[in-house]
Write a protein of this length. Structure first.
Length: 372
């Protein structure tokens, strides 16, 4: 019973280095048991169709309004003043050496101690902007699609498809959920362990943007860009099975500018400065969702969110739209400060800086008086 989900890591690592592999298998099994926060599907509540209709109407209302160039950057500057920089390039390019602060911290907040690995990696990347067609658009409306269970049954897919840029996170799938989450992916932001394993989640035009946390992440992304296989030895440096191939062309890969993570964590969320540690992180790494929202403010003119918000007062609600985990399992994670992030997102929505299309952070369309 305990070994009911044998991992790819366990199986593939067995022959070369049995001892290490057994150690990892034990660790991995402990991890699996500790997050078996599966929902009792019989008790889960289903979507209220009234709510779904209001959400769809609100999304159409957002899409029909005129797009305001540079709106979100100006608003972020208004709220956060000098803590937010208007001119941070979203992706890492060869010009990063000239960028202030990019080498002050170690990953994920900067490239301190990684300039050589970074240089080798950037040699492989032919592009570091949006593709030309988007770059030249006068006003870009973006939606960041989170993984929240709140998306399930809202049928926002049609509305989400109409945004200029659809940003997805980690392994959140499209296949099988298109009614709720749409079928376009302009950009997927992920760390190596989060990258979808299924080839069907990668699209010919989509950008694959990675966040680099550790040395092995540089080796993995290099192998992926070169379409090579990562050695079994290197695979042991990941806490879960990583994708063996990312089926996109080199021109579709990007590296997130770490200054955006630093800005999110240290300036906007006011998390403590990183200290050097032998193992693990201080609790100051934002979720990929919070990072993506700040990235979107640098990339886009207007930003909407969908599938954000973990309502911890509903322990038996779905955590994600695509699996069977329950909200209750969120209480057991210790990596991120969900309370601080929720307050930040609430502020953005209440101030009108970004829109919340599914209403999980702050619902603008729920009140009786909501506009038609
Ligand atoms: C998304 O779905 C629409 C309608 O079903 C289809 O026309 C379109 O080609 C799909 N786009 C992608 C990227 O799969
Ligand atoms: C990557 O390599 C495989 C063979 O290992 C090949 O079939 C595939 O077309 C290559 N992909 C790209 C994008 O070059
Ligand atoms: C969270 O759930 C509680 C209990 O169902 C509800 O009263 C509250 O409005 C929810 N909060 C949000 C932000 O949706
Ligand atoms: C999250 O951060 C707030 C301060 O912003 C702090 O009061 C709270 O204790 C933190 N929560 C956890 C679980 O660390």
């Amino acid at each position: 019973m305990k070994m009911k989900r044998p991992s790819g890591l366990c199986r593939s690592a067995f022959k070369p280095i049995i001892l290490v592999a057994i150690g990892f298998c034990i660790l991995y099994t402990v991890k699996l048991n500790s997050d078996s926060g599966r929902c009792d599907m019989a008790r889960i509540h289903y979507v209220n169709t009234e709510y779904a209709k209001k959400a769809q109407k609100f999304a159409q209302h957002v899409l029909q309004a005129e797009c305001r160039p540079s709106f979100v950057k100006k608003e972020m500057s208004r709220l956060f003043m000098q803590k937010y920089s208007m001119n941070v390039p979203p992706f890492t390019s060869k010009h990063i050496n000239a960028q202030q602060g990019a080498f002050k911290y170690e990953p994920p907040f900067g490239f301190h101690k990684f300039s050589e690995k970074l240089r080798d990696l950037l040699e492989l990347l032919p592009e570091y902007d949006f593709p030309e067609s988007l770059q030249s658009a006068p006003c870009k409306r973006c939606v960041v699609v989170g993984s929240g269970g709140i998306l399930r049954g809202l049928e926002l897919g049609h509305a989400l498809n109409q945004f200029d840029v659809v940003i997805r996170l980690n392994n959140a799938p499209v296949q099988g959920y298109t009614d709720d989450v749409g079928n376009r992916t302009t950009l997927r932001l992920t760390y190596p362990e989060g990258a979808p394993l299924s080839h069907r989640e990668y699209f010919p035009q989509g950008l694959f943007v990675t966040v680099l946390f550790k040395s092995a992440d540089f080796d993995w992304i290099q192998a992926m860009v070169k379409n090579e296989t990562l050695s079994l030895w290197m695979r042991l440096f990941f806490w879960k099975q990583v994708a063996e191939k990312i089926p996109v062309l080199p021109k579709q890969f990007r590296i997130l500018n770490p200054v955006i993570i630093k800005e999110t964590a240290l300036d906007i969320l006011e998390y403590p400065e990183p200290r050097s540690k032998i193992w693990g992180w201080d609790k100051n790494v934002p979720t990929i969702g919070a990072i993506a929202v700040v990235m979107a403010t640098h990339l886009c003119d207007e930003v909407s969110l969908a599938g954000f918000g973990y309502n911890l007062s509903q322990p038996s609600a779905r955590l994600h739209y695509f699996d069977r985990l329950c909200m209750a399992s969120m209480n057991r994670q210790t990596m991120h400060n969900v309370t601080t992030e929720t307050k930040f997102l609430q502020r953005l929505i209440k101030e009108g800086v970004v829109r919340d299309l599914s209403g999980g952070i702050h619902c603008d369309f729920c009140s009786k008086k909501a506009r038609d």
